[in-house]
Design a protein. Sequence first.
Length: 179
Amino acid sequence: MNERFPATRPAADLPADFEVFFQQEQKAFLALAASRLRDRRDAEEAVLEAGRRMYAKWERILAHVNPVAMTYTILNGVIGDFYRREVRAARVQPFADPAATVPDSTYLQELGHHEALDLALDELESKAPMQANSVRLRHMTGLSYDEIAERLGTTPGSAKSSTCIGLQRLKAIMTRRGQ
């Protein structure tokens, strides 16, 4: 006996009424779904969808050689569909207006103002990556020193000093480039 094909039970042992069968097996279905989906609400949704599919095929299930195995096969299919649906939903994005996504010249001009800073940060990162990351996280992302320390795997004091030294070095790079 395994989760895919439980012990064979003759169709005569199954109640002819689907509702009685589903009430008997619902806890087992829910346990299997919860063990695979890891969330009770998702498991309940999967079991209900599997029950809907089983109800639609109830006569075929009763005629099957191993009706219980067929019901578990349906449940496993619904669980697989749940995962595929979640992956598809994560990838689907609403259509955007193509005219709105094409940058105009003003957007490109705004980016030009940041070129010197980007080049200076790239140079700082090649020499001192911790300082460059600290500066980016503090002044471009707006994180606190505790949050920076957590993300960079260091202490808050170290994050603070890396940011301060990084800013000084960044200023030196930018003034040197400006001359």
